[in-house]
Design a protein around this ligand. Structure first.
Ligand code: FEO
Length: 399
């Protein structure tokens, strides 16, 4: 017996929760799980909007069958081809052989490449619509949010937007798919982490999509991950707008690597300087304990970043280096930046962290501290001063 989750007249939620995987895309931790959302429109024609990860296809198909009472699926609309959503396409096509697949030209390249499917296709382009009877879907292309074939669709009668990954979040759905029936406490941080890690590189394409969709009256957003947004709609659109403009608030993230505690001691002094500089928003992350995805989420929130690293084989500590690469990959902008480090016989980490700033076109604020052996009183004072200067620059940036 499945609970009918009716989003609007004839529109149903048929997604699944993944509480099994530890790592999304095999590298991003899922402490709260994740949902793969799919939607079914049951009109004169039946349209299924996206599928789910193949591991959950049994539960997925059972939900569809219980709503359809033997009717076939006429159309499968493919908004996005990443396998967390496209994974059950081949199985669905076997279950409903007459089903037509609806996508754009790029979708069909992926469909052929992944599943060797090149028949029963209906190609749509910007502004095209697909009639289902009383309802219809109108298609809008959203390339690079966050793959090239991504499109969204709009159902005018219920004013529902099917937004692909956009407005998605990590976190499985605990007892309901609707935002107003869920405790959303952990979703806001998880939504920012999802954005930072998955979509963060693509600020401009997100802005383009938001501009395009702003003309539509929207009552409900159905993303491919996380809650169906209807009560918090304005908030989620505003968050996406903010993040895709790389807007931040005053605060400092201090990620550090430390093998034996010396760089950590410097980090503590930096943080004390930040607070003395007038900022309470200071987050210290040990890169060996905290997964980089959580650090990235904080970097997308705050406008200050001070990175600490010991020199390791003449370079930055490997996990610090990996974090810097992830920041660079995402094209993060507008940060007040500095760095500090320690070494025992040859330096190198501070050089790497300074070159990183040059590559990002960020100004280095204050004098980076590079301390030999255990932290000296002089080095701790300099770290304190560095934190203070960065905090003041963060506050000034927002004036
Ligand atoms: Fe949720 Fe880009 O797949």
């Amino acid at each position: 017996m499945y609970q009918k989750r009716e989003i609007a007249d004839k529109v149903f939620y048929v997604g699944v929760n993944d509480r099994q995987k530890h790592l999304f895309e095999n590298y991003l931790p899922l402490p709260h799980g994740v949902s793969y959302n799919s939607y079914l429109i049951v009109d004169e024609k039946v349209a299924l909007l996206d599928t789910v990860d193949l591991s959950f296809s049994d539960h997925f198909i059972s939900q569809i069958e219980s709503l359809l009472n033997g009717r076939p699926v006429d159309f499968l609309v493919v908004h996005h081809m990443e396998p967390d959503h496209a994974g059950s396409i081949r199985l669905l096509k076997t279950r409903y052989p007459q089903m037509k697949l609806v996508g754009n030209k790029k979708t069909f390249d992926f469909l052929k490449g992944y599943f060797n499917i090149d028949a029963d296709l209906i190609e749509v382009a910007e502004g095209d619509s697909l009639s289902l009877g009383k309802k219809k879907l109108v298609f809008y292309m959203a390339p690079m949010v966050h793959w090239p074939e991504v499109m969204v669709s709009y159902e005018p009668e219920s004013q529902t937007l099917f937004s692909a990954d956009a407005f998605g979040t990590f976190g499985a759905l605990n007892g309901s798919c609707f935002d107003d029936e869920l405790n959303l406490d952990f979703f806001w941080d998880e939504m920012r982490r999802y954005y930072a890690c998955i979509v963060g590189k693509f600020g401009m394409p997100v802005q383009n999509a938001l501009k395009k969709l702003s003309a539509l009256p929207i009552k409900t957003i159905c993303s491919l991950h996380g809650p169906v947004w209807r009560a918090q709609l304005e908030k989620v659109v505003a968050l996406y707008d903010r993040w895709s403009r790389y807007e931040t608030e005053p605060g400092v993230v201090i990620p550090f690597g430390s093998m034996y505690g010396n760089t950590q001691t410097l980090a503590e002094a930096v943080a004390e300087g930040v607070v003395a500089g007038g900022l309470q928003n200071v987050v210290i992350h040990n890169v060996s304990k905290t997964d980089a995805s959580f650090i990235l989420a904080d970097i997308f929130k705050y406008n200050g970043l001070i990175v600490g690293s010991p020199t390791y084989m003449g370079e930055a500590y490997p996990l610090v280096d990996a974090l810097l690469t992830k920041i660079k990959e995402r094209g993060v902008k507008h940060h007040v930046y500095s760095c500090f480090g320690s070494y025992s016989w040859a330096t190198g980490a501070v050089k790497r962290m300074t070159e990183f700033a040059e590559a990002m076109k960020w100004e280095v604020v204050g004098a980076p501290v590079d301390n030999k052996f255990a932290p000296t009183e002089d080095a701790l004072q300099k770290c304190f001063q560095l934190g203070k200067e960065v905090a003041q620059a963060c506050l000034k940036m927002k004036e």
